[in-house]
Design a protein around this ligand. Structure first.
Ligand code: ZN
Length: 340
């Protein structure tokens, strides 16, 4: 297989750079010198707190700002290396789709944009699918590449989700999707919209097979991706601070003519309002996913998941008083609300 391969392992924690000069000379001093003398890739500016971060520190901290915990965007290969056991997963080839079926052109030809994105990213499209194990559990990961035309969903991405779902069913593995997308790929018009029902059906196959389907929102998840498979996880997780929504905040504000609340469309806000189940830091993501998959595939392993006969008679549920049965049934089997 052309694309099959291993992902590089993430750097071991505690590894320090050998270069004491670049490690300890603060960037302010460097600005004294001409810019060209300092390679651009040595220091990164955090887009959230504007602090400068040395690239090795950033790498070591999984591309999370050590000052403000801002989670920077990372590509599929790096993400998968952090999640699969030993940092090793096997990437699968994705089906080829017709390039530029509509012969679309805006300021530039879509075919030119595609070629350029492929050259820059060394990817065929905005999604990568790989399989491996997470905490010993079989898992298929489909991760978006935002750097590829904004992670937009066209036929290629649709095929990727479909292939990932089929692979999960075939291997009896959990499916985990990491969307990072601006939405449907407008250069593919109606074809990109057709990927919404297609990907919905794809994840239904996984659910019908009784396998876990998890979604981890990453920054940003918007548009037709939010409106299809990305909202259908058994459990909806998110990286901290991720922007999640359908339409942009400005469009909504103009439509409803109201000021939107602070933190609107952010992962934490959506968790507090019930749209996201868990916000998980990148460094804890692997452990959390492993635990969740374990719970979903082997529910008997969890204390309390099984109904057991109670040995102690005092703990047995007393029978309802005579006459209360019909009323209780009419009320439904829900437990009564506690008095406030
Ligand atoms: Zn920061």
């Amino acid at each position: 297989m052309r694309a099959a391969g291993r992902f590089p392992s993430p750097p071991a924690p505690g590894v320090t750079g050998m270069n004491w000069l670049t490690n300890y000379v603060r960037p302010k001093i460097q600005t004294i010198f001409r810019k060209r003398e300092v390679p651009d890739n040595l220091w990164h500016k955090c887009p959230s707190c504007q602090q400068m971060i040395f690239h090795r520190d950033l790498e070591k901290n999984l591309h999370v700002c050590p000052h403000c915990e801002h989670h920077m965007r990372i590509g599929p290969a790096r993400r998968m290396a952090l999640l699969f056991d030993d940092g090793q997963g096997t990437r699968i080839d994705l089906p080829r789709v017709a390039a530029d079926p509509l012969r679309f052109r805006d300021q530039r030809r879509y075919s030119d944009r595609l070629r350029e994105a492929r050259e820059k990213s060394a990817l065929d499209d905005a999604i990568v699918v790989a399989h491996g194990t997470i905490g010993g559990h079989k898992a298929v990961i489909a991760a978006f590449a935002f750097e590829f035309m904004g992670g937009s969903m066209g036929a290629g991405v649709g095929e990727g989700i479909l292939a990932a779902a089929k692979l999960a069913v075939l291997q009896r593995a959990a499916l985990i999707v990491f969307p990072a997308s601006g939405g449907a790929r407008m250069q593919e018009g109606a074809i990109s919209l057709m990927q919404m029902p297609r990907t919905t059906i794809a994840v239904e196959m996984v659910k019908e097979a009784g396998l876990p389907y998890l979604v981890v929102f990453t920054d940003p998840t918007t548009g037709g991706v939010t409106a299809s498979f990305a909202m259908l996880g058994d459990i909806q997780l998110s990286e901290p601070g991720a922007m999640i929504g359908f339409a942009g905040a400005r469009v909504i504000e103009q439509t409803v003519r109201e000021k939107l609340p602070e933190g609107f469309q952010r992962a934490e806000y959506l968790r507090d309002h019930g749209l996201v189940d868990l916000v998980v830091a990148r460094k804890e993501m692997k452990d959390v996913l492993a635990r969740l998959i374990g719970m979903l595939v082997e529910p008997r392993g969890i204390a309390g998941a099984e109904v057991v006969a109670l040995a102690h008679p005092d703990l047995a549920i007393p029978p309802p008083p005579a006459g209360a049965t019909i009323e209780a049934e009419a009320e439904g089997s829900r437990p009564a609300k506690p008095a406030e």
